[in-house]
Every structure is written in structure tokens, then in C-alpha cells.
Design a binder for this molecule. Sequence first.
Ligand SMILES: Cc1ncc(COP(=O)(O)O)c(C=O)c1O
Length: 460
Amino acid sequence: MTEINNVVTNVLSPVFGHRYPTVVRGDRCWVEDASGRRYLDAMSGGSMAATLGHGRKDIIDVARRQARQLSFAHNERLTNPMQEQLAAELASVAPTDFTRVKFVTGGSEANETALRVARAYHVERGDMDRWQVVSPAQAYHGPTLQTLALTGRPGLHGPLGPYLPQHLHIPPCTSHFDPTGEAALAALDQVLELAGPRSVSAFFCEAISAAALPAYGPPRRFWEGVEERRREHGFLVCFDEVVTGIGRTGTWFAANACPLVPDVIATAKGLGAGYAAIGAVLVRDEVYQAFAKGSRRFTLGHTWDGAPLSCAVGLKVLQVLRNEKLLERVAARGPRLRAELEAALSDITMVSEVRGHGFLLGIEFADPRDKGSFLPPDLRVAGRVEQTCFDNGLLIYSTQPTRDGFAGDQCLFAPPFVAPDEDLAEMVERFSTSVRRVAAEVDRQLAMTDRPFASVPPDA
Ligand SMILES: Cc1ncc(COP(=O)(O)O)c(C=O)c1O
């Protein structure tokens, strides 16, 4: 079969009429398109799922063996050894006291299930009115209607507003607006008051942000403040660890290194590492006990939840992470990678911050005229960096939610954990070359026009 590159795709794509490169094969942290052109994959498959790189024969062999033995069995009436083992293993690497797991097939399903757990937990305990969820506005939790409602970004909601439940939002405590976290805590107090007593079911957030605020982790004080309010108000804390779970930040979960232990963790991408569609929701024993002492039921599920094939892949992924000491590698190599990026970008005035936790790194850009304001959104700076990287054979991710008011142009850098040093060095080189090229153009554009600064005030 002839492999055709750069096709106008037949699927409902993000940009209609755009010619998409057609990738046809991958090997570790390289992917190849139909014309034979190779790209360095600094985004683990584009969405941070392929944490162990492409083309791993050991995982493929496990999947093949399991598919022959028993690929699928619906878990409403049946269970299977792969699901049972994977549940036990996940509970053993989660923070203390996490004892039960529910499998799903992706990140949004994991987050939706976490929401269902939180609501049902309160109902099981007779707290019938708790349903509202509070979450930081600058976030991404998925495209389903409940998960979309958890972000407070009108730009993402688009025309779907009428379908979205009215959850409550606080501004994120970014280094830009609220480096101490105190303003976000004050906003949390306000929305708790607005919601009224015993009406909030959960505080829902990413422990370390992924695409929405690349690699940003709130300060310690913020977590302490959320803990104080959890004790006082009785809501649950749910962590969206769809990206950070299973090693991305150098620990099994970001929660393992967070001053606040959540009640529920939702995870997905790295669990299947791009070889199976699998996600999971982990709950603390206290949450489980509410069900165990109550209705003794947690109903509703999806067809592929806990399927032997995807759970066998998940088990192999955990084994690879352990055998190849990849958490240790990410924890040790991540800070050096961040330092290398920082050094390579240090002379570029529009680079305002390089952040990082393990192999999740964020690069933020600011207006070079005052080194602080957001760049004018119409310059599409981060998008141009992403495109220039692509032209230089490097896959990264960019985001420009400036008009939503909480963050400006940023790029995300999240290589597979197995990327060898020479490939990491090449990624840094290609990235800094691309940023430098765009920065020179932006400097020229800003000098020629008097585009206004774009410092948008936070507005939840
Ligand atoms: C932090 C976070 N949560 C949830 C999701 C949604 O996961 P999925 O696309 O698997 O539904 C994503 C996807 O990118 C994500 O980055």
C-alpha cells in the first residue's frame, strides 16, 4: 500500500482542510512520516501517553500473548487476574491508604468517575446536598461535558456552555498573579461561602499542571490552605493525575510528593504508555469504607473497563518502569534537562520562565518589552514556536489561552522516559534554535508596530 503524506484527513479534525502529516512508524523517541521524514518526539506521542517510547517489543509481546489467551471480558459480572493484579499493584505504589481501584479507558472517564465517586461518597454518608465542585479555572480535564465544566476557560467551553453544569472556579495561583497562593485561597473561601454549607462535594485539580499551565505546581502554602479548608468544610480532594500519574514527574504519582494527600486520584495516559487505552481511579480506604458500610455498590461502567488485554499492558508497563529504574531516571535527569533548557534559552528575552518536574517541562513566554506582560495573542507566538520546531523535525506542544485571562504563550516539553542523553540534547538544541528564530521575528514585529501589552487580569 502506498503511504501518502500530508493528507486532508477524513476524520473530524481540529482544523478542517489542514494537511496533516501522516505518521506511519515509531522507534523509541523518533517517529517517521509517510515520506520517510523523521521527527524527534519530545511529547511522548503528542499527548504525553507514550512514556516508554514507540515500538517496544516486550510490551507488544505481552499484549499479543494476552490477546490470544483472553482479550476481553466485561467486568460487570466477571473479573480477571490481570485486573486484580493491576489494582493491587497500583494501590501499592499510591500514597498510603489508597486501597481500591476502578479501571476505565481514558483520562476523561477517569475524571468523570472521580466526580461520581466524590458525589456518591457524600450521599452514602447521608450528605445528600453536596454536588458542586470547585476547581482552578486554568486547567484541562478532558472534553466530556462534566470534565469540560471543571475548567473555567470560556475559550475551551465554546458553544457548549448550555450543557455544562455550573461548577465553581478559582483563579490558578500562577507565578504571574499569585506566587504565594494566598489569593487563590481567598478566592476558595469566597466560593465556599457562595456555595453555602455542605454543598461542595470536591476540590478538583491537577497536582502539577500539564498542557494548561505547563509543569506548574502550586506553592506549599496553597496545599496547606486546601487541607485546612478540607478539614473545616468536609469536601473531598480529587487529583487529576491523567498526565502526572505513573512516573511523569519522577514519582509514581505527583501525590506521592505533594504536601496534601488527596482522597481520589484519576490517572490514565502513562498507565497504558500508548500501547493500550486504560485509565484508573484510585480511592483512599476511608472513601471506600463509606460505600462498604453503605449501599455496598458502585454501579455504572464502560464496556472496556478492566479488560484483560489493557490490564496486561498496564502490568507490563509497571514492570518496565521498575526493571529499568525509570522513575529514578526521570527524577534525576529531569532537573538536569530543565537546567539544560534554561541555559540554552537564557539569552532569549521573550523566555520568561522554564519550569519543570521530572520529564514534564514548561516554557513560558512574555512580552520582551516589559519582560512580564503576556504577548499580544494575535502574534500567536507559542503556536509559531511549535510550527518552527515541527519544521526542524521536533514535536513539542504549545498553548495560548491568553484571552481566557490566566496564562499566556507557553510550550510543553515531555519526552519519553527512555529518551537517551543524545536525543535529549538534540531536543534541547532543536527547541532553542526554533525559539530563537521566532523570537527574532517577534522582536522585529513588536519594534515595527505599537501592539498593546496583553496583561489580562485574572477573572474567575
Ligand atoms: C490533565 C489531563 N486531564 C484529562 C485529560 C483527558 O484525557 P483523555 O484525553 O484521555 O480523555 C487530559 C488529556 O490531555 C489531560 O491532559
